[in-house]
Design a protein around this ligand. Structure first.
Ligand SMILES: *Cc1c(COP(=O)(O)O)cnc(C)c1O
Length: 437
């Protein structure tokens, strides 16, 4: 890239931070070029250090569901900041935030707050292992649950993007306790439980996988995949953990459970992203009997200096306050229109693609057949995506910089904002097709 404020910052960053970024996908490794360094954001727009403006379709990977710098959220955080940044003692906002989460999500009786989705899934595994006295965790290829050692085997997202088999630095002993199954493969799940059921502590699944692109769980004979997993786990005395870090409070007001949660319940659930409205919050919860295993009452240790931080709970509460029925309708309408625009542009340019949804979440795969598993997802034309991405970026549209990510819209993605995307799409679709635009 030519000389720019962002390229100067990237050069400086690379001296003092590995690859210049604090989370891998931000390095633009799979799409090339220099990542714009963002200096401010408002509504659906990002502004970078070079004064460029972008329509944002990342939304900080989910949290910014009310748009950037939402007035009510910012005010709530400012007001909280004036009362002190951290107490290391209980504070009222924690109670209110957890009450709100428990009120929204039927299976939850008790919830503990942490600082990230990774902490949430890590802690949920610990509870599951303690509750069952077993070690083995079952996960699905292409699912991402944060950078927990035990859950990095064949993870999607950044790991898929960089085509790493798992991660260096994870011990063999840890890897041995994780079994990876192809997503959606009921026969493989049943066979695994038949063979090793008595060793399995839990199966963990993204409520709707969205870190290999969006791959919604499928029904067979009226039984959804999540329900099937819960029933299979329970028959073997194991637990089912539903990871709603990404889908929670986005796929619907009750997360993905609000879409497929009839006649079954997960034992534990994990949250992050939206729950903190842009500040670092995660949460895990479930039945009181399981959550009661946590210290200090129970034997499972889990703690956090900044857990339940007053600024973070203020941001989460203000975000929930804005997430009424009308907000979800606005997001659904924006998501539907954007899918239509993208689909039309790619079809007009003859680019093979399939758009998959989970509630208002969606992603675009550059292949012509439905994607049901990570193997399918990897069979897409990532070079077509890269051309599409770079054309849109040049035109001021900021897509997730990977073909394996969901696209995120917010209540701030108005028709005028989507019109800007519509203008940029025909040229990007032509670029994806490989034609000169
Ligand atoms: C983002 C994500 C995580 C990890 O959350 P962090 O806050 O990044 O640690 C876990 N599970 C899912 C499904 C996610 O999308």
């Amino acid at each position: 890239m030519t000389h720019s404020a962002s390229s100067d910052l990237f050069t400086r960053a690379q001296q003092v931070t590995p690859s210049g970024v604090n989370s891998p996908v931000r390095a633009f490794g799979s799409v090339g070029g220099t990542p714009p360094f963002i200096t401010s954001a408002s509504g659906a727009m990002l502004h970078d250090a070079d004064g460029r403006e972008f329509v944002d379709l990342v939304g900080s990977w989910g949290p910014m569901i009310l748009g950037h710098a939402n007035e009510q959220v910012v005010e709530a955080v400012q007001e909280a900041a004036g009362r002190g940044l951290s107490f290391g003692a209980p504070q009222p906002g924690e109670v209110s935030l957890v009450e709100e989460v428990v009120r929204r999500v039927r299976p939850l009786e008790q919830v503990r707050l942490v600082n990230s989705g990774t902490e949430a899934t890590m802690s949920a595994l610990r509870v599951a292992r303690a509750a069952t006295g077993r070690d083995v965790i079952v996960k699905f290829a292409g699912s991402y649950h944060g950078h927990v050692d035990a859950l990095l085997a064949e993870a999607g997202s950044g790991v898929a993007t960089f085509a790493m088999p798992g991660s260096a630095g994870v011990t063999e002993a840890t890897a041995r306790d994780t079994v990876v199954v192809p997503y959606g493969d009921r026969e493989a799940v049943s066979a695994l439980f038949a063979e090793r059921g008595s060793e399995i502590a839990a199966v963990i699944t993204e409520a709707a996988p969205a870190n290999m692109g969006v791959v919604p769980p499928q029904e067979v004979d009226g039984i959804g995949f999540n329900r099937f997993l819960a029933e299979t786990a329970h028959a073997a005395g194991a637990l089912m953990i539903s990871d709603e870090v990404l889908t929670g409070f986005r796929a619907s007001a009750e997360g993905y459970y609000g879409i497929d949660g009839e006649g079954w319940a997960p034992d534990l659930m994990t949250f992050g992203k939206v729950i903190g409205g842009g500040l670092p919050v995660g949460a895990f919860g479930g039945r009181a009997e399981l959550m009661g295993l946590l210290a200090p009452a129970g034997p499972v240790y889990q703690a956090g200096t900044l857990s339940g931080n007053p600024l973070a709970t203020a941001a989460g509460l203000a975000t929930f306050a804005g997430l009424d029925e009308a907000a979800y309708e606005t997001i659904a309408a924006a998501s539907t229109r954007l899918q239509q625009l993208v689909g039309d542009a790619l079809s007009a340019a003859g680019v093979p693609h399939v758009i998959q949804t989970a509630g208002t979440l969606f992603s675009v795969f550059f292949r012509d057949a439905p994607v049901g598993s990570y193997t399918d997802a990897k069979a897409q034309d990532t070079e077509a995506f890269t051309r599409f991405f770079n054309s849109l970026l040049e035109a001021g549209i900021y897509l997730p910089p990977s073909a394996f990510e969901a696209w995120f819209v917010s209540t701030a993605h108005t028709d005028a904002v989507l019109d800007r995307i519509a203008e940029a799409l025909p040229a990007a679709a032509k670029a994806a097709a490989g034609a000169a635009s």
